[in-house]
Design a protein around this ligand. Structure first.
Ligand code: SF4
Length: 223
């Protein structure tokens, strides 16, 4: 039965994408940036923090730190003051300074344009690297954040908590040319409708394709 249901979900991916693209036409990366370096730093700050909070912090931060040398030469204490409200600020400040030094020394001032090298930078994991490649280089990829993991699990595409496993499963299901926008739409859906604490299934246009909804309806009907 579970296998049958999985097949049902996978067959419906095109319809799910169509509905999401219709419902979230303006969906995009919510971090505000004007250069690739600013995106990398904003993305690092967004870990365990909201994009809205990061967007409050970065205008002041980027006014003080205008280029990669400014960040690389900063004292940790000064940078911490600017990013304190983003949480985990000591680690983030340390990562940002080291990351900028690494880009200067190991990559001759050029931010890497591939997953492998990006992940060599301090504080840059797979999620941020995929986001950067999609935003800056339009390279297809699946960005697995908490919203993406939760919504795709409820829909029935996987049962994993491991971001790499989820990324690999979804890569096989989502057409490559749709993967960037699909990620933005799923994240928007997670923020607005399929919320962590209580999904608003009664208003969700994906309900007839959703494992969580279908299984919960069956439970309701048995009562
Ligand atoms: S039906 Fe409910 S659980 Fe399924 S995607 Fe929609 S809001 Fe989320």
């Amino acid at each position: 039965m579970a296998k049958k249901l999985d097949l049902f979900m996978n067959n419906n991916i095109i319809k799910i994408i169509e509905i999401l693209e219709q419902d979230y036409q303006d969906s995009r990366c919510m971090l505000i940036y004007s250069t690739p370096l600013e995106l990398l730093i904003a993305a690092r700050l967004s870990a365990h923090c909201t994009d809205a909070r990061v967007n409050i912090v970065t205008p002041v931060l980027f006014a003080r730190y205008k280029n990669i040398d400014d960040f690389a030469n900063s004292s940790q204490e000064e940078l911490e003051e600017y990013i304190k409200s983003c949480g985990l600020y000591k680690t983030k400040a340390n990562n940002i300074i080291n990351m900028c030094k690494e880009i200067i020394n190991n990559f001759d001032y050029k931010i890497p344009d591939n997953l492998e090298d990006l992940q060599k930078l301090s504080g840059i994991g797979r999620k941020t690297a995929n986001l950067f490649l999609a935003e800056i280089h339009n390279i297809p990829g699946i960005v697995v954040d908490t919203h993406f993991a939760r919504v795709t699990k409820r829909l029935g595409f996987h049962d994993s908590k491991n971001p790499v496993v989820i990324e690999n499963i979804m890569k096989k299901i989502v057409p490559e040319e749709k993967s960037i926008q699909f990620g933005h739409c799923i994240i928007s859906h997670g923020r607005k409708v399929c919320k962590a604490r209580k999904p608003e299934c009664s208003t969700c246009n994906l309900s007839k394709f959703c494992r969580y909804f279908i299984e919960n309806q069956k439970c309701e009907n048995k009562r």
